[in-house]
Design a protein around this ligand. Structure first.
Ligand code: G3H
Ligand code: 13P
Ligand code: ZN
Length: 311
């Protein structure tokens, strides 16, 4: 089976009230762990690659590893550029075999965002590649210091129809309170998502797939495990899984998860090395890292995304 775009995945996900997991990949063990989980759950999956991943592993290694994963599992897999920052990066991934790209113009003005997104859509659609755009700014823990500043960063539902119509994007990432990394809320702060914004966006864009970035839940047992085996992670707080499950039943068709995979893999490798101080064969500890990835992805597919048995 060749790579697939996100189009059919999202149509089925929207109608079925579930979401597709978009997991960031950086090496072979991560790709194997994710795809083994998706295969076990009979679920489609999106493997996404950031600029940092391309720099770390090289484009060619990642595309060949994903090609191998498809041959090995026969799964419908979309290979997606995460946070493409300009036309050239998107073009390079489209020309280099990706089936989907994100153009992230969220830091620019509305008009500039539309202009750069429209240009990528034109190039991508002519080559059968799907495009994700973004409207609204994801907050970092220190970004929003008061309510009006936070409000200004959330996606404005009044802008979404014009953005989608003028750009022609296939999916839209919105800001409703999620953020990247393991430190999404301050200690003591109650995690909250703006479901009212999501609902209004869904009303204005019927049957249109919405994307949530920054959707790691930061399971506390893994933070504790990291710290138990020599790590020093300060209090880390993520998005409660039941909130993500709720979003997946609404217009959200793609949920991005990276930090949880990093956390689980690191916890498992730390545990392995602490329990086997004599080991120095990378296959021994990376096997545990890969098993941890498989287990968290299987958990997400079953309990958060709801995409099990949808092939
Ligand atoms: O949203 C960002 C992703 O978690 C990728 O992170 O740029 O460190 O690869 P990265
Ligand atoms: P997390 O940092 O919450 O895993 O988000 C990942 C992401 O949005 C990748 O684009
Ligand atoms: Zn993101």
């Amino acid at each position: 089976m060749p790579l697939v775009t996100t189009k059919e995945m999202f149509e089925k996900a929207y109608a079925g009230g579930y979401a597709i997991g978009a997991f960031n990949v950086n090496n072979m063990e991560i790709i194997q762990g994710i795809t083994e989980a998706a295969q076990a759950e009979r679920s489609p999956v999106i493997l996404q690659v950031s600029a940092g991943a391309r720099k770390y592993a090289k484009h060619i290694y990642l595309t060949k590893l994903v090609e191998a994963a498809i041959a090995d599992t026969d799964l419908p897999i979309a290979l997606h550029l995460d946070h493409g920052e300009n036309f050239d990066v998107c073009k390079s991934c489209i020309d280099g075999g990706f089936s989907s790209v994100m153009i992230d113009g969220s830091k620019y003005s509305f008009e500039e965002n539309i202009e750069m997104t429209r240009k990528v859509v034109e190039y991508a659609h002519a080559r059968g590649v799907t495009v994700e755009g973004e409207l609204g700014k994801l907050a970092g823990i220190e970004d929003a210091v008061n309510v009006s500043e936070a409000d200004a960063m959330f996606t404005n539902p009044a802008e979404v129809e014009e953005f989608v119509t003028r750009t022609g994007v296939d999916s839209l990432a919105i800001a409703i309170g999620t953020s990247h990394g393991a430190y999404k809320f301050k200690p003591g702060q109650k995690p909250q998502l703006r479901f009212d914004i999501l609902e209004e966006v869904g009303r204005r864009l019927p049957d249109f797939p919405i994307v949530l970035h920054g959707s790691s839940s930061v399971p506390q047992e893994y933070v504790q495990m990291v710290n138990q085996y020599g790590g020093a992670m300060p209090d880390a707080i993520g998005i409660p899984e039941e909130m993500l499950r709720q979003a997946a039943k609404m217009a959200v068709c793609k949920i991005n998860i990276d930090s949880d995979l990093r956390l689980c893999m690191t916890a498992a490798v730390r545990k392995h090395l602490a329990e086997h101080p004599d080991h120095f064969d990378p296959r021994q500890y990376l096997k545990d890292g890969r098993d941890a990835i498989r287990s968290i992805v299987q958990h997400k597919i079953r309990n958060v995304l709801g995409s099990s048995n949808t092939l």
